[in-house]
Design a binder for this molecule. Structure first.
Ligand code: DX5
Ligand code: ZN
Length: 217
């Protein structure tokens, strides 16, 4: 069964508690939190105080996706703020710094994860595969919700799944961007186990049914 991680990027930021409660009631598995710094991506969203505030109002595991430059500067604070899974981008710093950051995240009791932008090949994940509990494959260019799913990311998913089966079989693959009931089965068919969904979730007239259908993908 696929896991579902609705992204609050598509929520009403003036009603976050209400919308996070809607995510919980839908039967989803995580709350996906998109952090953007206006540097690594051309958009600015939310940060540490919001993760802290969410931690106070929900028992849901927080799947925090850092789209920020040199994330090692902030991983400790995001872990302390209440992240359960913390994803950093391999493009955001040197190999050594990303490896250090992943080790730090694990030492703080949080699940470490890396993400690859669409233009980054599967091989770029190689130095990090055994340090991660999850790998997030972006299926849109990071920065904005509501974009079109990039079907040409499917071979990358398959390649990563095959490689993980050899070196770290417990590590799961997550997809993020343009996920709906049409694109989700393509992703799970290529090895994805966690589905992020922003606009499709919040647009859905029956979110519980929508999550149930994604679970079956
Ligand atoms: C994009 C974010 C995504 C985004 C997905 O940079 O990482 O999590 O919210 O939104 P949808 O599902 O609308 O593509
Ligand atoms: Zn995301």
């Amino acid at each position: 069964m696929a896991m579902v991680s609705p992204s609050i990027l598509a929520a009403d930021f003036a009603n976050l508690e209400r919308d996070v409660e809607a995510i919980r009631r839908s039967g989803a598995d995580y709350v996906h939190v998109d952090v953007m710094d206006g540097q690594f991506v051309p958009n600015i969203t939310i940060g540490i105080p919001v993760v802290k505030a969410l931690r106070r109002v929900t028992p849901m595991p927080l799947d925090v996706h850092l789209m920020i430059d040199r994330p090692i500067r902030y991983v400790e604070r995001f872990c302390q703020a209440g992240a359960n899974l913390l994803t950093i981008h391999v493009e955001a710093d040197s190999q050594e710094k990303i490896q250090d950051a992943l080790r730090q995240i694990r030492l703080l009791g949080v699940k470490p994860s890396i993400s690859l932008k669409p233009g980054t090949p599967a091989e770029a994940a190689e130095p990090f595969l055994t340090l991660c509990d999850m790998i997030l494959v972006m299926t849109v260019e990071p920065g904005f919700g509501g974009q079109k799913f990039m079907v040409d990311m499917l071979p990358k998913l398959r390649a990563l799944r095959n490689r993980l089966d050899q070196v770290n079989p417990d590590c799961v693959l997550e997809v993020d961007g343009g996920i709906d009931l049409t694109t989700a089965p393509k992703c799970t068919g290529s090895g994805a186990a966690v589905l992020v969904t922003g606009s499709a979730f919040f647009r859905s007239p029956d979110r519980e049914k929508f999550v149930q259908a994604l679970h079956m993908c």
